[in-house]
Design a protein around this ligand. Structure first.
Ligand code: UTP
Length: 306
């Protein structure tokens, strides 16, 4: 279906959270800068936005977040050293991140919640639909979730959220959606959203993950959204109002994602992301897999006795 709606071109990446699950590593370093193999987590996220056709990226940052800006800027001194050594490969690696996208930054001030971080993007975004990618949520580059969500938004209008089926026992860690099927197998219509429900209160096992394509009407709703769970302004509460009243910028659809996703703000998931991506790398994979096989075999054989 072709659409007369404006093409989405802007991505917003909230990265102003405190990252307390990763202390002390995140005391002076943003969690988004922690390396996943040899690239900081945030670079995968910006690459994903660019691959989905969104070259204009606004990062919402806060205190201690300077390294994020430096990473996407030129480093002339380092470039000059590499150039003088003729190390073209490393020079390319250094320039990759500064040539990737048109980067913009805004500071959140106090981290008053994800909804508040998104609201900080309002002057930059204007009145066009836009994407939101959480800076600590890594979607495997081979599973083009955001590209699909942009297409769904362009066809259906309103807002689109990413959902993933989780074990009922884990639903209290996420926002949760009540949804009905549409004619498209992985697209659902969202009727209600609950932030971090207990398993008994949860309307489904569909958890909200860190990708959104939002109607700009969300800003007006966020301005009126009172602090919710944890005393923070929650995007889930704003989307719930939009799902209940489509005149506010709805309808709200969900894309059910069945690909590979890692929450790099969680220590276990961060380790899984590194192991998996390292195993699959052409340059590092063969040697690393061989070592891992040996290590796991040793673990299975049980601890060595003295
Ligand atoms: P999290 O819930 O992971 O919170 O935020 P956090 O503070 O970053 O991490 P922990 O739980 O203390 O370890 C989800 C996303 O929303 C952003 C975060 O940077 C992260 O990408 N966020 C959250 C903001 O930008 N501002 C906020 O006020 C809160």
């Amino acid at each position: 279906m072709t659409s007369s709606r404006p093409r989405i071109s802007k991505a917003v990446i909230p990265a102003a959270g405190l990252g307390t699950r990763f202390l002390p590593a995140t005391k002076a370093t943003p969690k988004e800068m922690l390396p996943v193999v040899d690239k900081p987590a945030i670079q995968y996220v910006v690459e994903e936005a660019v691959t989905a056709g969104l070259p204009d990226v606004l990062m919402v940052t806060g205190r201690n977040k300077r390294p994020l800006e430096d990473h996407f800027d030129r480093n002339y001194e380092l470039e000059e050293v590499l150039r003088s050594k003729g190390d073209v490969h490393k020079l390319d690696r250094v320039q990759e991140s500064s040539d990737l996208a048109t980067m913009h930054y805004v500071r959140q001030g106090d981290p008053k919640g994800l909804g508040h971080a998104i609201l900080c993007a309002a002057p930059h975004v204007g009145d066009q639909p836009f994407a939101v990618l959480l800076g600590d949520d890594l979607i495997d580059p081979r599973d083009p979730l955001l590209t699909h969500m942009v297409r769904v938004q362009e066809e259906r209008g309103g807002s689109v959220i990413a959902l993933m089926e989780v074990e009922p026992a884990s639903i209290h860690l996420y926002g949760c959606a009540a949804a009905t099927p549409t004619h498209t197998p992985d697209v659902v219509q969202v009727s209600d959203l609950v932030e971090k429900p207990s398993p008994a209160e949860a309307p489904s096992n569909l958890a909200i993950i860190g990708r959104y394509v939002l109607d700009p009407g969300v800003f007006e709703v966020l301005r009126k959204t009172e602090p919710g769970r944890g005393g923070e302004i929650q995007i889930t509460d704003a989307l719930q109002a939009m799902a209940a009243d489509p005149t506010l910028g709805g309808p709200v659809h969900g894309v059910v994602f069945r690909g590979r996703r890692y929450d790099t703000g969680d220590r276990g998931d961060y380790l899984r992301a590194i192991v998996r991506l390292a195993c699959e790398r052409e340059d590092l994979g063969p040697e690393f897999r061989a070592w891992l096989r040996e290590y796991v075999a040793g673990e299975m054989a049980g601890p060595l006795e003295d």
